[in-house]
Write a protein that binds this ligand. Structure first.
Ligand SMILES: NC(=O)c1ccc[n+]([C@@H]2O[C@H](COP(=O)([O-])OP(=O)(O)OC[C@H]3O[C@@H](n4cnc5c(N)ncnc54)[C@H](O)[C@@H]3O)[C@@H](O)[C@H]2O)c1
Length: 302
């Protein structure tokens, strides 16, 4: 399939690596010409991991072209994965530029984390062929894609998008309603607020709370979601049994949860507890993270 990736930063590069590894071809567009080399390096660097996940074309740049011309990128593309900066006016302007060059049957999938579909649709005279398809970073590894259409969406386009991502080895879910931040980021945001709240209250340090999550519930969450896990905890009594047993405690913890502003004080607090790491260490930790994600994904296939 011919796929165009618009915006070749963090998310665009990762999408490119995945699409190429799955045997697709196409263009990547970015106004910054330096991104071409970055994509080529990204594809090469992700080869081992993607190959370990079973992508036979991992590392191949066959059929890959880079352009600084957005209209050229979308010509002949069946799928456009838009990963331009999170700026509504910029995305709408980009859509205006590409619209006349689009194949009328092509589908535009926006990676946006925070913009709503109705805002994005304003960028098109035919709003029926754009969906939100929000990945989790890095999209070449993390399976989740949150797919959202609305009443203007062409019939069957959501089903088509779900099977498109499934075909790429992803785990897409359909969002039935537009809410700021979609689903998974909203849950992350609530969790992080409580992390900061507990740390600011002096209950535990930020790094100890990281340890608590990565070595406690985080391990289970990689296998099942919280509903399934809580249901399992109560055995044959299921979630109902769990609520009978621990519901009142959860209700109390919800009431005790805190509210945090990301203001100057909080930022000072975070910086005091969590010193920055340098580029080299950051790169090494990301490689370690990706290696382990790959191992977990492969273990889940067993
Ligand atoms: N970073 C994440 O964790 C993450 C996760 C999921 C979704 N997203 C979404 O993906 C999108 C891209 O985010 P990112 O983190 O890759 O940003 P980024 O800043 O890393 O990359 C954006 C790229 O877009 C390019 N660009 C600038 N102007 C452009 C234009 N007019 N048209 C096309 N490209 C242009 C930039 O040069 C840059 O290479 C955003 O909508 C964001 O919400 C980000």
């Amino acid at each position: 399939m011919n796929i165009a990736v618009l915006g070749s930063g963090t998310i665009g590069q990762s999408w490119c690596a995945l699409f190429l590894a799955a045997g697709h071809e196409g263009f990547a567009y970015d106004p910054n010409p330096n991104r071409e080399l970055e994509i080529r390096e990204f594809v090469t660097n992700s080869e081992v991991t993607l190959r370990a996940l079973g992508y036979q074309h991992a590392g191949s740049l066959t059929g890959f072209c880079f352009t600084t011309d957005a209209a050229k990128a979308v010509k002949g593309a069946q799928v456009i994965q838009e990963s331009a900066p999170e700026n509504l006016a910029l995305k709408q302007e980009l859509y205006r530029i590409i619209e006349s060059a689009l194949d009328p049957k092509s589908t535009i999938l926006s990676s946006t984390s925070g913009l709503t579909l109705d805002m994005l649709q304003i960028g098109f005279s035919d709003p029926s062929r754009i969906l939100i398809a929000h990945p989790f970073n890095p999209p070449h590894l993390i399976p989740l894609v949150e797919v959202l259409g609305n009443e203007l969406t062409a019939p069957d386009l959501i089903e088509w998008a779900l099977s498109f991502y499934e075909g790429l080895g992803k785990v897409p879910i359909e969002l039935k309603k537009s809410v700021p931040g979609h689903v998974a980021n909203r849950i992350q945001a609530v969790l992080w607020q409580e992390v900061l709240h507990l740390a600011k209250e002096g209950v535990a340090s930020l790094s100890d709370i990281d340890k608590a999550i990565a070595n406690g519930p985080g391990l289970r969450w990689a296998i099942y979601g919280p509903n399934q896990l809580f249901s399992l905890a109560a055995g044959a009594k299921g979630l109902e049994g769990f609520i009978d047993h621990l519901g009142p405690s959860f209700q109390g913890w919800w009431s005790a949860a805190g509210h945090v502003e990301l203001d100057f004080d909080t930022r000072q607090f975070i910086e005091g507890q969590y010193p920055r790491i340098d580029e080299n260490e950051c790169r090494a930790m990301k490689a370690h993270r990706d290696h382990l994600i790959c191992q977990i994904l492969n273990a889940k296939k067993l």
